[in-house]
Design a protein around this ligand. Sequence first.
Ligand code: PRX
Length: 651
Amino acid sequence: MTGERIGTFIQENRTFEPSEAFRARARLRSREEYERLYRESLEQPEAFWARETADLVFDRRWTELLEWNAPHARWFVGARLNASVSCLDRHLTTSRRDAPALVWESEPGETRTLTYAELHAEVVRFAAVLRSLGVVSGDRVTIYMGMVPEVVVAMLACARIGAPHSVVFGGFAAEALRDRIEDCGARVVVTQDGAWRRGRVVPLKATVDRAVAETPCVEKVVVLRHLGEAHAPAERHARDVDWHEAMAAADPGRGAPESVDAEHPLYVLYTSGSTGRPKGVLHTTAGYLAGAHVSTRYVFDLRDDDVFWCTADVGWVTGHSYVVYGPLSNGATVVLYEGAPNQPDWGRFWRIVDRHRVSILYTAPTAIRAFIRQGTSFLEQADLSSLRLLGSVGEPINPEAWIWYHEHVGRRRCPIVDTWWQTETGTILLTTLPGATPAKPGSTGLPFFGAAPAVVRRDGSPVGAGEAGLLVLTRPWPSMLRTVWGDDERYRKQYWSEIEGVYFTGDGAHRDAEGYFRVVGRIDDVLNVAGHRIGTAEIESALVAHPAVAEAAAVGRPDELKGQALVVFVTLKPGHEPSEAMRGTLAEHVGSEIGKFARPDTVRFADGLPKTRSGKIMRRLLKDVAAGRESTGDVSTLEDFTVLAKLREEE
Ligand code: PRX
């Protein structure tokens, strides 16, 4: 490997050109072509977005592209449309009608394929079911399901009747689910008996039962029987509606799409921020759909005959944009896998690629690093010749992982797109553009169309090439979040007030002389553990809710596999003693309050936490302690130096 070590990263200085074979049929073939379109997207956005969204279905055209009343944007002003029509109905009159829309495989090996015509019919019926339950345009519906075809049906059915969906990742615990249902005031929850994960069943319905016991807003719970009698939920309540019975009884005549305003809410998706309360990121219809549609087409160089597998769960934004809205609005075939990558062994992903002839694979660096540990024998047993493009998302990809992905999965044939974006940005904003620009391992790449990123100092002044700074977006973009559900003040403060006049991403980055961005990671109180976004404040409030805990602080520690590992420092209340058992109890407690994916990797006990004189916990010092580093920064504001010394002694 060439280059020097920076932190846990090896700097890789090579650049990788797309192969001639790929370039020859790519949509964009040179940096000049990219530059021309990029300039147009900023200088003549009306012409750009009109042309690039010409294949989406608008019932009424927009009169103005953007109304910008900072920090509030309205895009495609005056347009009317329904997102599900662009994802489904529009394909019914083309050759895509009988092409597979969803190809599903479960951990135990069941498979099912739905063509566009079949998926459309299911969505129409489920839209009718929701209407029969009294759901009307504007009502929120929480979806708490696994990776089954019906989760896509439920999302698109919500979109069809204008009811914003709020998908909650099936790994969240009952309390976290309850908070999210309550915050958006959902009238209906859609769930299933359970879903497969690591050879076991995740009991989704039972968790919903616990959550809705405390959410009076919920009137009905629709339950899909997915696993059969052996796994039937123990309880059936008066509010429960059986998915299959309701579908059989539904009148498809009631499943017509509602034509909504461009700015009608499409979904609310909760994500972590700097306080204990999760934020409901609101995305609206036309701008979001336009962003998802156009980015999928260009970033993945998507074609009708592509088999697209984005391995993210639909409970995260990646699943919304690149399992559902992006690929389906483009008429691609989407692979859904309900299960873990190591079931029954670490060859599962490669057999899925082989079996379904996947041509585009989009996954997270954490998964790639886990595969590296297993060696290459699993890869060698599968035929991966169908792959033509690879993608990475969710966290910085370290160059070692990039090179491995390139050599062993892409067999040096497939371009890799490293895509940077956020729940808030809705769609990819920084990326490699395959065919047009060479890839630099570890750098995400150039701005996507319509995005205006910059790297600045705290005072908003731009830094020089190669200099580290804060990543901001200096202009609104179509798929941007519109607000935080029910808390516009938080939206203004969090995103638009940190740095005057621009959107603050929370990420640190630098840009090289060729304009490539390298995003280094969060610089706020948000952690990225195995590609999952976790707020330190959420972890801390879960911990202090435990009767033994007096005070807690959560920080990240660099981790070779997960990117960051979660370390918590805890001071116990009098009468409670540090012990191995207490460690386990507290880790378990966080798991049961938030979800297993948020369980701390390390629990450390402390007599006191390092604080400033005004009582603020000095996280920077804790991060150093967690990483086993000396603290180099200023410690003059530290109230009690012995606290720090003690923490180090306990290492
Ligand atoms: O820190 C960045 C990191 O993930 C954060 C967004 O997390 P979330 O809203 O959960 O969305 C994840 C899927 C888009 C960002 O603020 N991040 C995402 N993609 C990359 C990344 N960091 C570096 N490189 C990326 N490609």
